[in-house]
Design a protein around this ligand. Structure first.
Ligand SMILES: Cc1ncc(COP(=O)(O)O)c(C=O)c1O
Length: 404
């Protein structure tokens, strides 16, 4: 491997949310932080070099959108996903969560209904609610008994997370927006074409605009294929806003460099006007440089990173299956987040968190924060050097053996 993912990098005192916020959140500093969804690997050198090179110039004045930014995004979407987008479909958003908030303000009114699929990345619940919209939940089904992984009887395949279509159709009625998490966090599902088309058709029929958050798409794991929602069918293309970013895949979340892709000219114009009226889409110097660098030089690095993540996922799966059989995992099809099914431990959500924190000394996200169907689960981030993940598994096993 050309790049070194085994290297342990001390991130303390860099204002890293995942590390430096632990004492404030858990009132202790002896936890291995495996929660916030960023990676402990170095941001790739070709991104750091591009930023350093720009800093050689002594003036960091107002900036306009770099040509390289447009070209790199268009090329990346074409090569990676076969999606031929046009430059005029693009707009800058600082982050995808702000992007979701902009959509809520732009396309809905207070009191309007927003559809989500729980358990789901918690801002999908919080942002609509905090802005006076009504969250409607189409809970995902976890079909544990049907789809147990044959090789590892104690773990589920991520395909076990499925959509209750009757409920989706019913809940979509009267909603203004559907926030689609594709691939899904925390379930790790890469929705397939059939599912995407079905969502698109229901939403078009019921007049629900789809916001497809594809931030985890570049991290689709071997054996799975990410199909951009808008590419799945014409109904999807004409009724959607896609958000994407290299922030997860190239570990540059601190640079807040996301973008929107909107094929439909009317939706695009409405969104652009909303952003322009408050100058929300200006972007910043480092965002244009870093996105262009990531997408222009990133393929080899990303492939190696995915191999490493895959290895960590398999390591966790083996360890749980052999040593902690009452903790199952939903095997992700994309990204480095593993949803651990701890329901067989028989603990309340509060006791489960206490078990992880006080007994295993691990800082994970508790499943309940992703909505009620997440209760009894914990979300583990494995984008860390293998030695850290191995230490975390040792601590978990010791705690497990003492208790169960
Ligand atoms: C599904 C999903 N969307 C969005 C984000 C955050 O995006 P941003 O930092 O661009 O707001 C995350 C981060 O974990 C995520 O998992």
């Amino acid at each position: 491997m050309k790049y070194d993912f085994d290297k342990v990098i001390d991130r303390r005192h860099t204002d890293a949310l995942k590390i430096d916020y632990v004492p404030e959140l858990w009132s202790r500093d002896d936890l291995i932080p495996l929660w916030v969804a960023d990676m402990d690997f170095a941001t790739p050198p070709f991104i750091l070099d591009a930023l350093k090179q720009r800093c050689e110039h002594p003036v960091l004045g107002y900036t306009c959108r770099a040509r390289a930014w447009y070209e790199a995004i268009v090329r990346w979407q074409q090569i990676r996903y076969g999606w031929a987008i046009s430059e005029e479909w693009l707009n800058f958003v600082s982050g995808i969560v702000p992007g979701i908030a902009f959509c809520i303000h732009c396309f809905t009114h207070p009191g309007d209904k927003v559809l989500i699929q729980t358990p789901v990345y918690h801002p999908y619940i919080l942002v609509p609610k905090n802005n006076g919209r009504v969250v409607v939940e189409n809970s995902l089904k976890i079909e544990d008994s049907i789809l147990k992984n044959k090789a590892f009887p104690e773990s589920y395949s991520a395909a076990a997370m499925t959509i209750d279509w009757e409920d989706f159709e019913r809940k979509a009625e009267g909603c203004k927006l559907f926030l689609l998490c594709h691939p899904h966090n925390p379930g790790g599902r890469v929705w397939n074409r059939e599912e995407l088309v079905r969502m698109a058709e229901i939403c078009r029929r019921k007049g629900v605009l789809v916001v497809s958050d594809e931030i985890h798409a570049d991290l689709t794991l071997h054996g799975y294929k990410h199909i951009p929602f808008a590419l799945s069918c014409e109904a999807a293309a004409q009724n959607s806003i896609t958000f994407a970013s290299p922030s997860k895949s190239f570990n540059m979340a601190g640079l807040t460099s996301s973008y929107a892709i909107i094929p439909n000219p009317n939706i695009r114009a409405q969104f652009a006007t909303f952003l322009e009226n408050s100058e929300l889409n200006l972007g910043h110097l480092f965002s244009f440089i870093s996105v262009a660098a990531a997408y222009s030089h990133g393929t080899e690095w990303l492939d190696q990173c995915l191999d490493y993540i895959q290895g960590n996922i398999e390591f966790v799966e083996w360890t749980l299956a052999r040593e902690m059989p009452r903790i199952c995992m939903i095997r992700p099809q994309a990204s480095y987040l593993i949803f651990l099914d701890c329901r067989a431990l028989g603990l309340t959500p509060e006791a489960l968190v206490r078990f992880f924190v006080e007994e295993a000394h691990l800082a994970l996200n508790e499943g309940a924060m992703f909505g009620k169907p997440g209760e009894g689960f914990m979300r583990l981030n494995v984008a860390s050097p293998r030695s850290i993940i191995a230490q975390a598994m040792r601590q978990l096993k010791e705690a497990y053996d003492r208790r169960f």
